[in-house]
Design a protein around this ligand. Structure first.
Ligand SMILES: [Zn+2]
Length: 477
């Protein structure tokens, strides 16, 4: 490792305790979507102390921010998140499901770690720039509502990322990988029907059922599913079913739809067809329809040149040095997984490392924390969505996952919440910070890399320009 990179790692390690405390505080006050008031305060506390200039409340979101330090090019963006999930309250460190307060929020996606890991990266690189009087600007973006609502998509729509030369981020996971996968574009839309209530037996002819409209819409969409591309997904939830009395014609109903597809324009096409089905359902039932756009995000375009550099830094920083006690601690969470989970991990290892022996693959599958680094492959095979997608359309973007969650446990699980304040989770966020800062250093000191990234980005877009899928009149809500 060269001297500069060693120095950056030392800077981050010196401040590690402060980062761990902030991450733990965010874990203690889990907040969802845009209401991340207490969580963002933990970010401000460190950023103010570190001398960042903070612009609070960007893109019409009260708890978003842009924190800047340094001057001149390149301008490196780092993305931070801090939102939690509903109904995932869980006692820390406990290897069985038990809520602190039943129904409360919890950090089931590890965004307490994510945000502070990104912040650690920003602090590491800005300090190095300052000490060595280099040209370069660091911008840390505080992005609310990753889970639903998509803060980054609103920020991208408002041009918040436009002047960047690169964007970097990471995610806690149960394996280590530089992120070469695309993600699905998604549209989230509410369909509201309004009818007329009436006595269901005495005067059914006077009623117009909004519940019937919602059911007919769902049936229409069910038929549509045969006639869309294979990779698309349409999910729905009933938000309002009118009422609980079966002897009333239900006057209101509300459905929430998710439409996912590999490309934004494909999701847009399916969205238009859903609108027609909803209008048809309203026509059949003589109810009124209101289509309320919730949010949307674009598919993710990994920048190969930048991701390859981040991959090298992932290899450079590894491994996390875990003690016997830490591995035993994580094993307890792995023991909560159903029978067969280990076979799934074996298959995953086999796919990633086809040349390893059976024994070696079994050994990987049995690790409580997966310490291997998965090979970097670029692929369109994907299932999830992320609002990092919108950022990647605007600026060359790269991200990594850090294996700091018990192997085999999925995101949005109680196990991730329980593990969220552990020393392993802490080490994970620190590793992420180091990888982000080292990659920022490479961008800072290698003009040829910047040129290649930009050329590739413009080739990938192929003349297309980023257009947000969120209509201009839709505000974060
Ligand atoms: Zn997440």
């Amino acid at each position: 490792m060269n001297k500069a990179k060693k120095e950056i790692i030392d800077i981050i390690e010196e401040k590690s305790q402060e980062f761990y405390e902030a991450s733990d505080c965010i874990w203690e006050t889990p907040e969802t979507r845009f209401a991340t008031e207490k969580s963002v305060e933990q970010h401000y506390k460190i950023l103010e102390k570190e001398g960042f200039k903070i612009e609070k409340g960007v893109a019409n979101m009260e708890h978003s921010y842009v924190a800047t330090l340094g001057s001149g090019r390149p301008i490196i963006g780092i993305l931070a998140e801090y939102d939690a999930l509903g109904n995932l309250s869980q006692v820390a460190d406990l290897p069985k499901q038990e809520a602190i307060v039943s129904g409360n929020n919890g950090h089931g996606c590890g965004h307490n770690l994510l945000g502070i890991g990104s912040l650690a990266g920003a602090v590491g690189i800005k300090e190095y720039i300052k000490r060595h009087n280099l040209s370069g600007t660091v911008k840390l973006f505080g992005c609310p509502a990753e889970e639903s609502g998509y803060g980054k998509a609103f920020m991208a729509r408002d041009g918040v990322f436009n002047e960047l030369d690169a964007a970097l981020t990471w995610h806690p996971m149960d394996f280590n990988q530089a992120w070469g996968e695309s993600s699905l574009a998604v549209y989230q839309v509410y369909y509201k029907f309004k009818g007329i209530s009436a006595h269901a037996a005495a005067a059914p002819e006077k009623g117009r059922s909004a519940l019937d409209a919602a059911e007919l819409m769902n049936i229409g969409v069910q038929f549509l599913r045969e006639h869309i591309i294979d990779q698309a997904r349409i999910h729905y939830a009933f938000i309002d079913v009118g009422g609980e009395s079966a002897n009333v014609v239900q006057p209101t109903s509300k459905l929430h739809y998710f439409i996912r597809a590999p490309k934004t324009e494909q999701a847009a096409e399916i969205y238009e067809r859903l609108n027609k089905i909803a209008k048809g359902a309203a026509l059949m039932t003589e109810t009124e329809l209101e289509i309320e756009f919730d949010s949307a995000c674009a598919n993710y375009l990994p920048n190969h040149a930048l991701t390859e550099v981040m991959y090298e830094n992932l290899k450079l920083v590894r491994p996390m040095n875990l003690t016997k006690e830490e591995l035993e601690y994580e094993q307890k969470f792995c023991d909560t997984l159903p029978e067969g989970a280990k076979h799934g991990l074996y298959l995953r290892a086999k796919k990633a490392f086809p040349d390893l022996s059976e024994d070696e693959l079994q050994e990987i599958a049995a690790m409580p924390i997966n310490s291997k680094i998965f090979p970097l492959t670029f692929t369109d095979n994907t299932s999830g969505s992320t609002d990092v997608g919108d950022v990647s359309w605007v600026v060359p973007t790269a991200q990594v996952t850090i294996g700091c969650e018990p192997q085999g446990t999925p995101p949005h699980s109680w196990q991730w919440v329980a593990n969220g304040k552990s020393s392993v989770a802490h080490k994970g966020l620190l590793n992420a910070g180091k990888i982000i800062a080292l990659t920022a250093y490479d961008v800072l000191t290698n003009p040829e890399l910047v040129e290649n990234m930009k050329k590739e980005h413009s080739n990938t877009l192929g003349g297309k320009k980023y257009v947000s899928a969120i209509p201009n009149d839709v505000m974060p809500h």
